[in-house]
Design a binder for this molecule. Sequence first.
Ligand SMILES: Cc1cc2nc3c(=O)[nH]c(=O)nc-3n(C[C@H](O)[C@H](O)[C@H](O)COP(=O)(O)OP(=O)(O)OC[C@H]3O[C@@H](n4cnc5c(N)ncnc54)[C@H](O)[C@@H]3O)c2cc1C
Length: 547
Amino acid sequence: MTSARNVTTHIDDVVILGGGLTGLFCALKLAPRPVTILSASPIGEGASSAWAQGGIAAAVSDEDSAASHAADTIAVGGGLCEEKIVRLMTEEAGERIRDLLGYGVPFDTDLEGRLQLSREAAHSVNRIVRVRGDMAGRAIMDALVAAVRETPSIRVVEGYLGEELLHEGRLVTGVLARRRGDRERLAFPAHAVVLASGGIGHLFAVTTNPPEANGQGLAMAARAGAVIADAEFVQFHPTALNVGHDPAPLASEALRGEGATLINGDGTRFMEAIDPLKELAARDVVARAVFRENAAGRGAFLDCREAIGAAFAEKFPTVYAACQAAGLDPVTQPIPVAPAEHYHMGGVLTDANGRTSLDNLWAAGEVASTGAHGANRLASNSLLETVVFAARIAEDIQNQMPNPRSAHWPGIDDRIQEPTRRNEVERAAITVLREVMSAGVGVERTGEGLTATLAVLDALEARCARRSILNMMTAGKVVAAAALLRTESRGGHWRSDHPELDPDQAHRSFLTMSQVDEVVRAAVESDIGRAAVAARGLDQPISGDEA
Ligand SMILES: Cc1cc2nc3c(=O)[nH]c(=O)nc-3n(C[C@H](O)[C@H](O)[C@H](O)COP(=O)(O)OP(=O)(O)OC[C@H]3O[C@@H](n4cnc5c(N)ncnc54)[C@H](O)[C@@H]3O)c2cc1C
């Protein structure tokens, strides 16, 4: 067992868990109120925000309107978008883009200084604000990291992994965190805690997300009793480079927007037979098609030779560099692709001000579920959602605690301890977790596969003691249990055993950990669950060598 040490009697006004776009933007919006950002990695690194290629969707041109942006968002949300949330998100987009410009983000502009806008799938007009082709995420984060470093009211504590929420019943009172490599945990008490810890990609074997996106925040909130919404809705990006890299590099949708086509190993343009929009059909439709071509052994390839050709390196420098690193030349050869976990629509349930179902706990960004995306996310709406709700949280906290306290932080005891390394059993458990999540809770799901996954996760959990690994198992269980309970196909959630949309299930899902535990118990006690656990030898006691 790790011990928890209260570093100080000092109680922070606000502790933000996560240093991606959500965390940094919220901290800047709270300035000059003192804020501590706890981040597993140095800010600007280990965050999906820095890897975003497309940009931010915002209705900022004369030809566009918030209403049109809202209509496009709702159209892809599978009937589950919270319309009020979508409306305010699209209406506040322009203001948040102005904020980002104010922090120094160098969005592309034309000669007259107007924002240059590009188009992505399912947007009815050009409305993606971007930076130098596919560099939006990096450029936004570079500007915000610089702004945060220059803001004296923001304390950045890097290399600390939040593992648990401190709470007294429904009242959240802080975060327990462990410095990476240390055994001992430190308490960071706070009057307000903001979860900004990102997504769940690394619960899956193939993902475009950085390793820090492994469901810690989701699990911490669930274990503290928070309501989790829409956890079954996971977006798989159809075109990650299929070259065995972890994380899998993304071949941005903008490539298909420029006319790149999807072909199989026989050279057939397989999307032609599947959807009138072909390669620009909804992400889940394209992801399933790519998945099936690969599963059938025909392979799936993105052919950019004709549509982009020699302009590739200049137009898409990030994707080009990833291809080169994998020994591929997209100018002269089709590039192999596979679907990869990309974005979690579900998360910790929040209201319009980012408040969760627990007191003094807010959440925004990918860890949260505002209802803006419904069952499927419209491209480039996630960065927009992070900034809109991070700003709303800042305002809500200011209103709730009008008088900030002083910013005299005590020093953190930085003595180096003996690093702890994951042991063999823990490493193997994570590998199995990621395998079973991809097989059972991936692009195509069945009741049987989900039941088996839940039973295996439960057996794996019994073999691990480290809190961060238990959190990964918990997050996996939440997603799999929600997916098992939704017996229909909608948006990012596809059940091969229930391929139809069921109008009676046209509502969001809400789960607490005790409900998840009930679903897990039934799975563990089922014949399918027992067989799955036995098939992996997880019904045997851990040998002395392993333990
Ligand atoms: C390759 C890629 C391309 C994308 N392209 C786009 C795009 O063009 N447009 C768009 O809108 N969206 C895009 N997305 C999605 C978007 O980037 C993310 O949804 C968004 O950036 C999430 O922001 P966030 O702040 O919630 O999380 P992140 O940016 O992932 O930040 C999470 C932070 O929390 C930290 N953290 C995690 N766990 C802990 C813990 N336990 N303790 C302490 N710190 C922790 C991480 O280190 C990180 O600092 C893309 C995503 C990927 C992966």
